[in-house]
Design a protein around this ligand. Structure first.
Ligand SMILES: [Zn+2]
Length: 249
């Protein structure tokens, strides 16, 4: 499995609002209150089930210095342009570029209409997440149309067959391969250079043969992608470049 930073262990449930820009997640597994950074922009507070609200408030208030310091650091690393609606989207992997034209119509329901080379986005408010969600859904559809056949093509060439292919917009990983042979790919991989996106497909398909990162596994990867080391490094580094609109809320 190709995993980025921490794996989340449950759905995100806002239980206390995000007055300080903190995402709050209730967890059955967690034993204590924890603050951490979840990729790529957010501070997350993990709250064990049944924690009294006053304990949560006290913890947040004690951690104020850490939160402010971390927020400044995140703002420095991720400029606001990455958090805004894009003016252009480039699906680098397939060499397709789309101009995004945003129309603000107060009280309009967010919607996206597409024409060759252009995405017309209608939103009530540019800061609202509805516009981001439209783009994410569009990316998912592109992923299903492009990544699925691409993966099956590579699989056929390698002589392997996934049980099922899922295209999603995971918040913590580029892809995964389950014990049952289900391959999941992040639709945001369309934003990567083609050889790097192809490496991701090869990486997951090789897990159908070896469900580990053993020497034998990497030899197999190397047979289909001799430059896999560079591509793997590039893939890890690209995580911080994923725009906010391509991530689930
Ligand atoms: Zn892996």
């Amino acid at each position: 499995m190709l995993q980025q930073l921490s794996l989340l262990d449950g759905p995100v449930e806002p239980i206390g609002g995000d007055a300080q820009g903190i995402r709050i997640r209730a967890s059955r597994r967690a034993r204590r209150l924890t603050l951490k950074v979840v990729p790529p922009y957010q501070i997350e507070l993990v709250v064990p089930h049944g924690t009294p609200p006053r304990d949560v408030e006290a913890f947040v208030s004690e951690s104020r210095d850490w939160i402010q310091r971390t927020r400044r650091e995140l703002d420095r690393r991720y400029p606001t342009t990455m958090k805004r609606l894009p003016e252009r989207i480039e699906l680098v992997a397939i060499g397709a570029t789309y101009d995004v034209v945003t129309r603000v119509r107060p009280s309009a329901e967010a919607r996206l209409t597409t024409s060759p080379g252009q995405l017309l986005l209608t939103v009530a408010d540019e800061r609202d997440s509805a516009g981001f969600e439209c783009l994410r859904q569009w990316l998912l559809a592109q992923g299903r149309a492009i990544l699925r056949p691409w993966l099956l093509n590579e699989a056929a060439a390698m002589g392997v067959e996934p049980e099922r292919v899922q295209i999603r917009t995971q918040r913590t990983r580029w892809g995964s391969c389950s014990e049952r042979g289900v391959v999941s790919l992040n639709a945001a991989s369309l934003l990567l250079a083609a050889p790097v996106a192809r490496y991701l497909l090869i990486h997951e398909l090789c897990h159908l043969v070896h469900l580990n990162h053993s020497a034998r596994y990497w030899r197999l990867v190397g047979r289909y992608d001799p430059d896999y080391r560079d591509h793997d490094k590039n893939l890890s580094e690209s995580w911080s470049q994923i725009p906010v609109w391509a991530l689930p809320r």
